[in-house]
Write a protein that binds this ligand. Sequence first.
Ligand SMILES: Nc1ncnc2c1ncn2[C@@H]1O[C@H](COP(=O)(O)OP(=O)(O)O)[C@@H](O)[C@H]1O
Ligand SMILES: [Mg+2]
Length: 382
Amino acid sequence: MTDTHTGGDVRLSGIGKTYGSFTAVHPLDLTVPQGSFFALLGASGCGKTTTLRMIAGLEEPTTGTVFLGDRDVTDLPPYKRPVNTVFQSYALFPHLSIYENVAFGLRRRGIKSVKKQVDEMLDLVQLGDKARHKPHQLSGGQQQRVAVARALINHPQVLLLDEPLGALDLKLRRQMQLELKRIQTEVGITFVHVTHDQEEAMTMADTVAVMNAGRVEQLGAPADLYENPRTTFVANFLGTSNLIEAEVVQAGSDIAVTAGGGTLRLPADRCSADTRRGGKLLVGVRPEKITLAHADDAGAIADGRNRVTGRIVDTSFIGVSTQYVVDSPAGAALQVYEQNIERDSRLTPGAEVVLHWNPAHTFGLDAAQDIDAGVEKVEDAA
Ligand SMILES: Nc1ncnc2c1ncn2[C@@H]1O[C@H](COP(=O)(O)OP(=O)(O)O)[C@@H](O)[C@H]1O
Ligand SMILES: [Mg+2]
């Protein structure tokens, strides 16, 4: 399929939205490169849908400008923007066949010969054999693919997707993530995908913007965000991080800190805080970067590794890995994920252990922030 529209990034310049005295989206600048798969990720209520609706023209921004390419579309009504939206509730026309649902946008524009384009779209979403079915005869995932085909047939410059997989069960959601990614790669249209599911955002997107309370906290490629979070919110919201309160004892290209009576090291280029004047630092390490050794084997740990002693308080076996919770003088409830290769039967609750990891896998964050920001609470869990 070829896109007949030429050019253009989605560019938000100082776009903000207030409702009365409440600020849903603080003025933000954001560029979504043409042809990219871009995810807006954040917890419920952080302003994702509002941002998306301002791009679509469904919500009038309080401040700022929306550009598509060089064109200012801020004052254009939704139907005049080269943008289509797919919502969580796919809202297919129940009395129309799948074929007619997909054809709808073309028919509305008075186009008579739709067959070639509809067939092409149904092939794209792999539903060619379902053309004569009605929506209720399709699974949730298939219906959502029809919704995507129905939007794409209008050749939008940008497709906006607002939690499109939210109603699907986990396994189907995983399949649809890959399917949507394939479709986006095939058509090359800019996708802006809103989700609260961090794995979904990382799986699908080229670039993820992590939103928190109406602001973009950090933006980047999934691996970069994951490896180098710059705030505690991003460190905790995107996967799990162990954050340890530490005191800087040596600055420079190699930073040394003390925590819980021991010394830890980290590279300065992985530290987003200024350490030149010493002071406090939050030291972070991901659970899968840590190796767990029984205290009796501590002597065998290679020199130069960061190490923290502690006691196992909980273990859970989850198939590919075992997850350990360790209390330590450096921090309570440190998380360690060990792949299940050879399991050490001594690593049970109560066991004295040493956590050790490569200093290169350590990052540093400014200590003047809430260490628990972005931690998912039980009542938030879907
Ligand atoms: N029409 C509205 N009037 C008042 N507040 C609104 C309105 N729409 C959204 N909000 C508020 O703005 C915030 C952001 O909402 P929304 O963009 O829907 O968040 P998200 O999609 O990230 O869950 C929420 O606190 C929500 O309650
Ligand atoms: Mg929303």
